[in-house]
Ligand binder design. Structure first.
Ligand SMILES: N[C@@H](CCC(=O)N[C@@H](CS)C(=O)NCC(=O)O)C(=O)O
Length: 210
């Protein structure tokens, strides 16, 4: 039994969708970031970076970082193909894009969502937000080029990359314009949104804060 330490949106959605996809047993533990629960001593003992998501194992260990969690889960349940296993032809491509998404993709979305964390004056905050918005669209241009289509990121089938890139689109204020010029991204996100695993994760994220 795993414990998913989660908060709304971001990597928590991806990890929950992967847990669903592999059919693992897990329980949800909400970390109320609004109340600074991620900075509390008991959470920092589990994940010293104070970042969400984190995944607790049955033996009491906890790991953080979405990319690390996803890779480990994929290796524990190789038959599901949610992460291409060592020796799989697609593994290099998968690792490359997982790292792109969880580093530059995530940070661009974070700058867009919270420009006040990257500047002080209101003018500078506005500029950071405006630049992030341009960078965010440019990031999806790169995604559009990289998606194999059919409709998933990697031609062989659905992987955690599909959950991650779909999650990154959740912050976009104008999905119609996002997808109108990026048809492969649109088809991928549609397929992911129709998957039972992503739907289950999004259901959790729609729950009212408790
Ligand atoms: N690279 C990490 C980033 C996780 C992350 O930064 N999560 C945010 C919430 S979406 C967080 O925990 N922020 C802590 C803070 O702002 O102090 C991952 O992919 O898991």
């Amino acid at each position: 039994m795993f414990t998913l330490y989660w908060e709304h949106l971001a990597g928590s959605i991806v990890v929950q969708a992967v847990l669903e996809e592999i059919g693992a047993e897990y329980r949800l533990h909400y970390v109320d970031m609004g109340a600074d629960a991620h900075r509390a001593t008991d959470f920092l003992r589990l994940n010293p970076t104070g970042r969400i998501p984190a995944l607790g194992y049955a033996d009491g260990r906890t790991i953080g970082e979405t990319a690390a969690i996803v890779m480990l889960l994929g290796e524990m349940y190789p038959e599901t193909g949610v992460t291409p296993a060592p020796g799989d032809d697609n593994r290099g491509e998968f690792l490359f894009w997982l790292n792109v998404m969880t580093t530059s993709g995530y940070m661009t979305a974070a700058r867009l969502g919270h420009p006040e964390r990257y500047a002080n004056s209101s003018k500078a905050i506005e500029e950071v937000g405006a630049k992030a918005s341009v960078d965010y669209d440019a990031f999806f241009d790169v995604m559009e080029e990289a998606i194999a289509g059919g409709p998933y990121f990697i031609a062989s089938g659905m992987t955690a990359l599909d959950f991650y890139v779909t999650m990154l689109t959740e912050w976009h204020a104008d999905k119609k314009s996002l997808f109108s010029s990026r048809s492969k991204l649109g088809a991928l996100c549609k397929a992911v949104n129709e998957s039972c695993s992503y739907k289950a994760a999004m259901k959790t994220h729609a729950l009212p804060l408790t």
